[in-house]
Design a protein around this ligand. Structure first.
Ligand code: SF4
Length: 281
């Protein structure tokens, strides 16, 4: 079986930056090191960090001293940072600059008086952090009917749209096109990050020339899940796995060529293990 591997898969710029910051912090002298929530959406990396003494906590109340690292998706509101400082904690902000940009654009649209929609998943931590920073009600959805219902309440129909950084371009442009059909004014910020876009484009092309795709990454990772969706939409068998142990020979019966892609929070060592196992088959 031939095994193809995407070049753009694996740690993106923002995740690499956050993980490096955390490993560096584990060697520092600021006392116990914590992350507010898992640093990235990959359980194996979070476990490795834990082994280095970097503990993920779910609330500031669980920390009495030392350092707190704010994860790549950002925190739920600027008040969290103020509270951490007020508690005397050393704060390291590992929020990805692309997420910071999306927070800024969302705030701008709200201040300019648009009804604002973010194309994404409202339960995702990044969406929560953008909502928290924009300081107002923003509709987060991937369902255009919800947008239509919201707009029905506003006669001027001035709509501001941005996207979760890991959104697929196809979904984002579909929502923008539909909005143009019913709005008087639409202001759009394309806040999909370039790492996500490049990875999706390469994955799509690979799915078109393979018999099956393996997508490696955390099941709680939005961008990994989107990659798996992209592959399934191309109509080929797609396996979203977190670790090499999930690979079974029966998945690849009759497969001549398999493609491997990975989410932005998947470390190289896990991708290599998966590729190695597939090559042995
Ligand atoms: S996927 Fe993009 S937005 Fe998210 S952490 Fe990576 S570079 Fe930043």
């Amino acid at each position: 079986m031939e095994v193809l591997v995407t070049e753009k898969g694996g740690f993106c710029f923002g995740v690499k930056r956050a993980v490096n910051m955390a490993f560096e912090a584990s060697c520092g002298d600021h006392g116990p090191v914590h992350t507010l929530g898992p640093l990235i959406h990959n359980p194996q990396v979070v476990e490795r960090l834990d082994g280095k003494g970097v503990r993920a906590v779910s609330a500031l109340e669980e920390i009495d001293r030392g350092m707190v690292i704010l994860r790549s998706h950002g925190v739920s509101s600027p008040q969290v940072i103020e509270e951490a400082k007020a508690r005397g904690l050393h704060v390291v902000d590992a929020t990805c600059p692309f997420v910071t940009n999306a927070q800024r654009y969302a705030k701008q649209l709200v201040e300019e008086g648009y009804s604002v929609v973010m194309v994404g998943n409202r339960h995702h931590p990044e969406a929560q952090s953008i909502l928290g920073h924009a300081g107002a009600n923003i509709l987060v959805t991937e369902n255009f009917e919800e947008i239509r219902q919201m707009l029905n309440r506003f006669p001027k129909k001035r709509l501001g749209i941005l996207s979760q950084t890991t959104q697929t371009f196809a979904k984002f442009s579909e929502i923008v096109s539909k909005a143009l059909e019913i709005c008087i004014e639409v202001k759009v910020f394309n806040t999909i990050c370039y790492a996500t876009e490049e990875n999706q484009t390469e994955t799509m092309a690979m799915a078109d020339r393979t018999d099956a795709m393996v997508v490696v990454g955390g099941r709680n990772s939005a961008n990994t899940t989107h990659l798996a969706d992209i592959c399934r939409e191309r109509g080929i068998p797609t396996y979203h796995i977190e670790a090499v142990s999930e690979i079974l020979p029966e998945m690849f019966v009759g497969v001549q060529r398999v493609g491997v892609t990975a989410g932005a929070s998947t470390p190289d060592w896990i991708i290599s293990e998966v590729v190695e196992r597939l090559r042995q088959m």
